[in-house]
Each structure stands twice: as structure tokens, then as C-alpha cells.
Design a protein around this ligand. Structure first.
Ligand code: NAD
Ligand code: DAU
Length: 351
């Protein structure tokens, strides 16, 4: 099949890995990446594939309905992978409306335009919505999120993602629109914006700056290497069943403090610093409001139905991630100016 796929948010962290994977694994496909290039969108993430003949980048906002209508008129899409979103929980606490606009209204616009387009174009086969495990709320010490866990979002970010998930499923039930969804755990890896825990800590350690750990560092996340997520997205796009949801996770739970300590050890070795140097940078700061205690995913459905497993073990993944940031100081330098400095001060100076 010769697909023409619209990828939204392809200049972001996960999106850029998905765009690269589809361009290189499926040279017969045409990939159109639309991205607003918010603070998190960065075309440097895709420099190595930008000139491929089967790739087109278009700057655009999914909140702009007219832009989407024109786009669907121009390109005969056969499928869509929707990653564009406001994605950082802390920013959603200080600016929730931006999250409602992009994550809910933006997704509603895409659904509406794609559904109208499909009425006249039977070639449109798939609307794939990428979501998060945060929609399920917070776990206690035991248990895992399954595809049947009731939604219980607790931050403006997760509530806006939950709202978008509901809209996507509503289009399936109401219009028989060919949707598929996945809800994934915490990703890490190259190209992640240094507002998220792992790249923020890597950057601070490189600069010998304090590492802010919220509360007592006891919150637990289930970490997955971004390319393992991209592999799951590839499988779900091609083989997932219409109307179905697939949970994707790393089976890799870490308390924040333990994770940071492991990262400190890895970085002391790589930076040739005496063991314990980076750990001394850890600083416990005021907790995140409504901080979810624990996320953990049951990935047995995607494992049994689509034969997906995470490939990279955490220590190797973390070590490769650190190598990438050490080698790509330019990428970081371009980010660590202007807006980032302002954000960092607002977020951390009063904690
Ligand atoms: P990111 O913030 O790195 O990238 C988001 C991209 O969307 C950016 O390139 C940004 O410019 C673009 N964007 C934002 N608003 C837009 C708009 N209105 N119109 C067009 N483009 C817009 O995010 P990420 O971490 O790569 O996450 C991608 C998707 O995966 C999101 O939907 C997120 O909810 C989901 N997800 C992320 C994780 C994770 O751990 N990072 C885990 C599970 C699910
Ligand atoms: O679970 C999937 C989600 O993972 C995605 O949907 C989100 O887009 C993504 O941002 C991520 O959300 P988290 O809030 O879990 O990720 P973050 O990296 O912001 O934080 C990870 C944990 O580390 C969390 O418990 C908060 C804590 N933390 C975070 C930062 C930025 C700190 O202790 N200090 C920090 O400075």
C-alpha cells in the first residue's frame, strides 16, 4: 500500500522519532508533517531527513480549522498520526487554557475535518491518536493500568488528553470513523525538551546546577525508550484494530530519586568526575500540585496481539541518552536561551 500520512507534532520529541522511522522504513510512503513549532517544536530534530523526497514539512496550527480544511483539500491523505499536543504537566498547571485549546479543540478540529474528508474519500483508512497513561490517574503501591481502567485525570494536561481520547472514541461509535488509540507511559531519549525530568537533570548535571526533585522523590514512573514507543506506533498504525486502544509501557518502574541517583552515577563516569559529585547536586523542592504518585502500564494486550516488546533495557537507554546530550551541546545551546531561561526561573525560583 502506498500511504500518504499526515503526522501532527512531528517536530516534537516523540513525533520526530516517528517521522524518521516512517521515512526510513517506508520510502514508498509520503509523509507530511504539520507542526506549529511551539517552544517544544524544533526542526533541528529532523535535520538529517529534511531533504528526503518523500517528506514535506508545513508549519501550521491544529487549532486553525481553515488551515486544516485547506490541507485536506490539497493532500489526499490515507492516514493520520496525531501527536501534536501541549505535553508538560507543570506548564498545564500554570497555563491550563493553552492545553484545552490544542489538546481538545485541536483534536476536535482534526477529527471533524478528517471525517468530512473521508465522506468523499474512501481511501482515508486510519486516524491514530497518541495519548498518555496519565488519563488513568494515579495508582497506589500495587496494580497496573489496563485498557479497561476507568479514566481519572488529575492535572489540566491529563484532563485535556482524556477529553481528546473521549472525542476520538465518540467519532468511532457515532460515525464508524476508523480510529485507533494508544496510551503510553513516560518516554525518554534523544531530542526530549529539557523541561522533562531526565533531560532537565542531564543538563543541570552538565552545568553543575542543582537537580530539583519534587517532594521526597518518591513518585514512580514507568520509563520507555522513545524508539521503542515509535516501534509500537508503527505496529499500531499498520495492524491495530479499528476502535481499539493499546496501552504501551516499559515494564520499568522507577522512583524518581532512585532514577536520578542512577543518572548521577552514569554522568560522573562519563564526565570523569569523582563518584558522588553529581548526587550532591540533588535538591528536594516544593512538590508539584496534585502530583500523581505512581503510573505503571500493563502492556500485555499489545504484546499478545501485535507482538510488541520494549527492546532497550533502561541502563543502556539512559547511557545512550546521556551520550546523545553530551554530543549535541549545540542542540541544547539553541534551546537554553530566552524562553527557556524565563520558564526555568518562573518554575523553580520559588520552589
Ligand atoms: P512535545 O511537547 O515534545 O512535542 C509536541 C509537538 O506538538 C511540538 O513539536 C509542538 O510544536 C507541536 N504542537 C503543539 N501545539 C500544536 C498545535 N496547536 N498545532 C500543531 N502542532 C502543535 O511532546 P512529546 O513528548 O513528543 O509528546 C507527543 C505526544 O505524545 C503528545 O500527544 C503527548 O501527549 C503524547 N505522550 C507523550 C509521552 C511522553 O512521555 N513524552 C508519553 C505518552 C504520550
Ligand atoms: O506518563 C506519560 C507522561 O509522562 C506524558 O504524557 C507527559 O507528556 C510527560 O511529560 C510525562 O509526564 P510526567 O509529569 O510524568 O513527566 P516529567 O518528566 O515532568 O516528570 C517525571 C517525574 O519527575 C514526575 O514525578 C515529576 C518529577 N519531577 C519533574 C521535574 C520536571 C521532578 O521531581 N523534578 C522536576 O524538575
Amino acid at each position: 500500500m502506498q500511504h500518504k500520512i499526515l503526522i501532527t507534532g512531528g517536530a516534537g520529541f516523540i513525533g520526530s522519532h516517528v517521522v524518521r522511522r516512517f521515512l526510513t522504513n517506508y520510502p514508498e510512503y509520503e509523509i507530511i508533517n504539520i507542526d506549529k513549532l511551539s517552544y517544544a517544536g524544533n526542526l533541528e530534530n529532523l535535520q538529517d531527513v529534511a531533504d528526503m523526497t518523500n517528506y514535506t514539512f508545513i508549519k501550521g496550527d491544529i487549532v486553525d480549522l481553515q488551515f486544516l480544511k485547506k490541507l485536506f483539500k490539497k493532500y489526499k491523505f490515507t492516514g493520520l498520526i496525531h501527536l501534536a499536543a501541549e505535553s508538560h504537566v507543570d506548564r498545564s498547571i500554570s497555563d491550563p487554557l493553552e492545553f484545552i485549546m490544542t489538546n481538545m479543540l485541536g483534536t476536535a478540529n482534526l477529527l471533524h475535518v478528517a471525517q468530512e474528508y473521508r465522506k468523499k474519500n474512501s481511501g482515508f483508512l486510519r486516524f491514530y491518536h497518541i495519548s498518555t497513561d496519565e488519563v488513568y490517574g494515579s495508582l497506589g503501591e500495587k496494580g497496573l493500568f489496563t485498557e479497561n481502567t476507568a479514566y481519572d485525570p488529575r492535572s489540566p494536561y491529563s484532563a485535556s488528553k482524556a477529553g481528546s481520547d473521549h472525542l476520538v472514541r465518540a467519532f468511532y461509535h457515532t460515525y464508524n470513523f476508523p480510529v485507533v488509540l494508544s496510551n503510553c507511559s513516560n518516554n525518554y531519549g534523544p531530542n526530549q525538551f529539557p523541561e522533562k525530568l531526565i533531560p532537565l537533570a542531564i543538563n543541570n548535571i552538565m552545568l553543575s546546577k542543582e537537580i530539583p526533585v519534587y517532594g521526597k522523590g518518591e513518585n514512580i514512573r514507568d520509563w520507555l525508550y522513545v524508539e521503542d514507543h515509535a516501534a509500537a506506533i508503527d505496529l499500531i498504525f499498520h495492524k491495530g484494530k479499528p476502535g481499539e486502544t493499546y496501552n504501551v509501557g516499559g515494564n520499568n518502574e522507577w522512583k524518581n530519586l532512585d532514577l536520578i541517583k542512577m543518572l548521577c552515577k552514569i554522568m560522573d563516569q562519563k564526565l570523569d568526575r569523582t563518584e558522588g559529585t553529581s548526587e550532591r547536586l540533588i535538591r528536594f523542592v516544593k512538590d508539584r500540585a496534585g502530583h500523581d504518585l505512581r503510573y505503571a502500564i500493563d502492556s500485555s494486550k499489545i504484546a499478545s496481539e501485535l507482538d510488541w516488546q520494549p527492546k532497550l533495557d533502561f541502563k543502556t537507554g539512559l547511557s545512550e541518552t546521556v551520550n546523545w546530550y553530551l554530543k549535541n551541546q549545540d542542540w541544547l545551546d539553541h534551546i537554553l536561551t530566552g524562553e527557556y531561561e524565563l520558564y526555568y526561573d518562573q518554575q523553580y525560583s520559588k520552589r
